[in-house]
Ligand binder design. Sequence first.
Ligand code: MN
Length: 197
Amino acid sequence: MKVELPELPYPKDALEPVISAKTLEFHHDKHHKTYVDNTLKFIAGTDLEKDTLEEIIKKTAKDQSKVSIFNNAAQVFNHSFYWECMKKNGGGKPAGAIAEKINASFGSYEKFVEEFKNAGIGQFGSGWVWLATDGSKLQIIKTSNADTPLTTGLKPLLVADVWEHAYYLDYQNRRADYLTAFVDKLINWDFVNSNLK
Ligand code: MN
């Protein structure tokens, strides 16, 4: 990926009533854009300027002097990935390779849903809940703030943003309701399947 603000893959009102156009307007046009602008500002004139977004994230991940670059660059990646994980009339039981992998890794789709939602609810403060793979098994992980599985060698397949800005206008403090709606009505399983390849 380049360091840039991608267009949303759907109109701003496409995910209503699960996620409102107002939320997507603030989340994409303000929050995500700010992470892009900050990253571009911080890398300007440095040798990171020619790197891809993924390279910038990996190079700055464990460097305390570059924590601001890492936080903004990782948030650019996480948000670009998150938009693709949703679609109108998505969610529910998947088909294809991901369905088999979920059964093999968690026992059933229902167990996956329970673990995914519990991880999202259990993330204290801001962060993300991911479905990721080490190449064989699937795992659910939660990350704090800007942290991303890219730095731990895991391949991300699916993510839900559990920062309050992702759901507060629509659900206020009810993160569990947002996660339930995300799983039941929004997940773009075609995208998740494409990430397995
Ligand atoms: Mn966000």
